[in-house]
Design a protein around this ligand. Structure first.
Ligand SMILES: [Mn+2]
Length: 587
């Protein structure tokens, strides 16, 4: 489903020696979290109970179809409270008891799937997003995550170790705990043969979608080079009962695991220089994303993807995990940090994991459904179209194929899903959480950043508003280039930079500043580079141009020689006099 891992992202684990001014690391929360957190949700069912208790969940007992109907209902509910007049359908229910985003929905009567349930919109409001991580406000999480990413095991003398003790205590909760199959609810039912994915109420989301898509999967892979485990969220198109697409976009961590498997395999196969074989395999197959024919090209031998057939990368997919684990799959953490640790840290309680039946991977023991299997290195298949979070369909493209070897699940499994489409939808709240949570870490890379805002209609990668503390000529352009080099923020199509006296959360204010402050030919900067796979307008898939707008005040030092006017504002004395009069004015 391609949830964008928001662009406040690109958390790199290279900490600066000193935090930038104004940055307050909330180490105190670490001290408070030295034991297991009894409030952590162990599984999806505890989370559903908590949502219901808080009035944040609605059970739907009327029969509905997983084909299109759940989407239409959820879409209307997601848009409750979303900007009133701009509501696209104009017929959403308007229950005042629900915060913007509407309630989470538990469908209990699914046409064609008696006994099955579908949970959707679980993260679809600011309150639920905070609840899912056990905090009152997302800012509470920001300090904790930053501390986690900066954590380095003590290597120095006794004094260094003593200084680290409080953090070490807190971090024990971050390490996952392996449990036996007997203790793992996700293995209550084990299906090694004659299983059929179609048993689950997997949604067909939009009319022109290529089929049914698993939209909230936690996809587990292991880097064949480093051994590090990863969880990412990549939509999966159901081809039949035993195979799906695996839509990991080329810049995602699991796609790199896939490429590392290809690199190792071609290096093993070649009779010539293994490094040269790896370079050729990447260039000829566009990083493993394009099929190339077997046999010589131009009379010369080449790395044929066909020779990779039979080589595999193991994959396991968890559906319906506790909310912190689901969220960890979309968190833009550096590949070195395993999501098991992020989930444990967010929960304040170790995540229990269990060994898979047919592949050498570990998965959350309390998940509702586990799909085990592999992708074959030389195999690609047409995936899509899919109604995406851009508000447009993404076109068909070639992606790896996931072959199932086993399904395990809890008794009466609850199928967790989301839908994406024209914003705002559930992913808007998840993206907003990522934006808030990672702002401090982004500031550690680009310390002059004061605030950022990814307007929901900018669908995460199209538009970033940035305010900076400008200290030298040309700094707005330096900030643009820095953002375009940060993890997934590299995809940002339009970056708008304003001075720190402009509140980037106020789109009206940003519009006024930008439109007034720029001389377009002078202040717009274009650059070329990687483009989000979902972009339908770039000259080539995945490669195209980006634009930065420097809407900061221009300095003489930047060649601006005209006087710059002050903005219109009343003086403080007059304001105070009118404040005193205000109640008498009858306004
Ligand atoms: Mn990761």
């Amino acid at each position: 489903m391609s949830l964008r891992k928001g662009q406040g992202t690109a958390i790199l684990n290279r900490a600066l020696p000193l935090p930038p001014p104004g940055f307050k690391l909330k180490v105190n929360v670490l001290h408070a979290r030295t034991g297991a957190n009894p409030l952590a949700y162990d599984d999806l069912r505890e989370w559903i109970k908590a949502l219901e208790k808080a009035g944040e969940l609605k059970r739907i007992t009327t029969e509905v179809s997983p084909e299109l109907e759940i989407t239409e209902i959820t879409d209307r509910v997601s848009k409750i409270g979303a900007g009133g007049a701009s509501h696209p359908k104009g017929k959403a229910p308007t229950q005042a008891q629900y915060t913007p985003g509407g309630p989470a929905l538990l469908f209990e009567n699914i046409k064609g799937h008696p006994g099955h349930k579908v949970l959707i919109n679980q993260f679809g409001s600011e309150r639920r997003m905070a609840m899912s991580l056990g905090v009152n406000s997302l800012d509470e999480i920001a300090g904790k995550i930053t501390a986690l990413l900066n954590f380095k095991p003590p290597t120095g003398g006794l004094l260094d170790k003593l200084k680290m003790l409080p953090q070490l205590g807190a971090l024990t909760s971050a390490f996952p705990k392996t449990v036996s199959a007997k203790e793992a609810p996700c293995k209550q039912v084990i299906l090694r043969e004659n299983f059929d994915l179609n048993a689950f109420p997997i949604l067909k989301c939009w009319p022109h979608d290529g089929g049914r898509f698993i939209t909230l999967p936690c996809v587990h892979t292991r880097d064949p080079k480093s051994g590090k485990r990863n969880i990412g969220m990549y939509r999966m198109q159901v081809y039949d009962g035993q195979t799906t697409g695996m839509h990991w976009q080329r810049q995602k961590v699991a796609a790199e695991h896939f490429r590392n498997a290809i690199r190792l395999q071609v290096a093993a196969n070649t009779t010539e220089d293994p490094l040269h074989a790896m370079v050729s395999a990447m260039a000829e197959s566009a990083g493993g994303s394009v099929s190339i024919p077997d046999g010589p090209i131009g009379g010369l031998p080449q790395v044929a993807m066909g020779t990779l057939k039979g080589s595999r990368l193991e994959v396991a997919v968890a559906i319906g995990t506790d909310p912190a684990t689901t969220f960890s799959a979309i968190v833009p953490a550096p590949p070195e940090v395993e999501e098991f640790m992020i989930a444990g840290f967010l929960r304040g309680k170790s995540l229990e994991i269990v060994q898979c039946e047919t592949v050498d991977l570990q998965v959350p023991a309390h998940a509702e459904i586990i799909l085990e299997g592999y992708v074959e290195l030389g195999e690609l298949r047409t995936e899509g179209p899919f109604g995406d979070h851009t508000g447009f369909y993404t076109l068909t493209d070639q992606y790896p194929v996931f072959h199932l070897t086993c399904i395990t699940h809890r008794r009466d499994p609850i199928y967790a899903a989301t839908i994406v489409g024209k914003p705002p939808m559930e992913d808007a709240w998840m993206g907003r959480a990522v934006e808030r949570i990672f702002l401090p870490a982004m500031r550690m890379q680009i310390p002059e950043i004061v605030d950022i805002h990814l307007p929901v209609e900018g669908v995460f990668h199209n538009l970033m508003l940035v305010s900076i503390r400008k200290s030298y000529a040309g700094q707005a352009r330096k900030v643009m280039n820095a953002i375009w080099s940060l993890g997934q923020a590299m995809f940002t199509k339009i970056i708008i930079v304003v001075d720190e006296d402009c509140d980037v959360q106020d789109i009206g204010e940003v519009t006024l500043r930008v439109a007034n402050n720029i001389d377009p030919e002078r202040d717009i900067q274009f650059t070329l580079g990687p483009i989000d796979s979902l972009d339908h307008s770039s000259r080539l898939p995945n490669y195209g141009s980006k634009m930065g707008i420097d809407a900061t005040r221009k300095w003489k030092a930047e060649g601006f020689d005209r006087p710059w006017p002050a903005m219109v504002e009343m003086d403080r004395e007059t304001k105070e006099r009118v404040d005193a009069l205000w109640s008498k004015l009858g306004l």
